[in-house]
Write a protein that binds this ligand. Structure first.
Ligand SMILES: O=C(CO)[C@H](O)[C@H](O)COP(=O)(O)O
Length: 243
């Protein structure tokens, strides 16, 4: 099975956790798109859910396929968010934002009782950082913010290129109207310290480290589906089931 098929299998396994009447956060990316397509089939045969999309892209797909939508203004508390990720570590800390939707994704995940992350096995890593960390920044003061991001990283012993994300020769602009800096720091041994350092920079709107948000990861690989549950409290172990 190739990565695209594995993403569909992870999305299919996540659908089991969706029940009638749920208020769902719906993620962004190719894995989340696979979930939306499967969800739409269930909706067409009678499943009643309301979805809050994490991007304009996901909203458009949901509308096209007939998945009923709401907003966080109308539906500020959600039962479950299902979303993809760029990297997942064993504690279910994530790097997200490869698709540029990290701000809305984090707001929606934080408004949910549970977040299930769905991915193919290539996304699992021992230590986050192989994938460049997306950092959403205000357009104002871009250069100063970039310098501050580099300095914050240096203070933590991290270094590497920090590049402005481009698309079609222009800076990529998020749904929130911001730019994205992709920071290739390599291994990030202390995600909490980096998160705190980035949030101390006024021009940083959000970053793609999702710490303590995912409750479960559904990972599809050649051997089947692996379900990983985050520890409920610090120090408790993480359960791994292979189905
Ligand atoms: O964080 C994201 C979008 O902002 C995506 O979840 C992440 O980039 C994974 O994408 P894909 O499912 O296409 O591999």
């Amino acid at each position: 099975m190739d990565a695209r098929q594995l993403k569909v299998e992870a999305a299919r396994a996540a659908l089991v956790h969706v029940s009638d009447g749920m208020r769902l956060g719906i993620g962004t990316g190719t894995t989340a798109d696979a979930f939306v397509r499967l969800l739409a089939e269930k909706v067409a045969t009678g499943l009643t859910v309301i979805g809050v999309p994490t991007s304009e892209r996901t909203a458009a797909l949901c509308r096209e396929l007939g998945v009923p939508l709401s907003t966080l203004e109308e539906t500020p508390e959600l039962d479950l968010t299902i979303d993809g990720a760029d990297e997942i570590d064993p504690a279910l800390t994530l790097i997200k934002g490869g698709g540029g939707a990290l701000l809305r994704e984090k707001i929606v995940a934080a408004a949910s009782k549970r977040m299930i992350v769905i991915a193919d096995q290539s996304k699992m890593v021992e230590t986050l950082g192989r994938f460049p960390l997306p950092i959403e920044v205000n357009k104002f003061g871009l250069r100063a913010t970039e310098i501050a991001v580099r300095a914050a990283a240096t203070g933590l012993g991290l270094a590497g290129p920090v590049t402005l994300r481009m698309t079609g020769g222009q800076p990529f602009v998020t749904d929130g109207g911001h730019f994205i800096l992709d920071a290739s720091f390599g291994r990030i041994p202390d995600t909490r310290a980096l998160s705190n350092a980035l949030f101390a920079i006024p021009g940083v709107v959000e970053h793609g480290l999702f710490i303590g948000l995912a409750s479960t990861a559904i990972i599809a690989g050649g051997d089947g589906i692996q379900t990983v549950h985050a520890a409920r409290k610090p120090g408790s172990s993480i359960d791994h089931d292979v189905a």
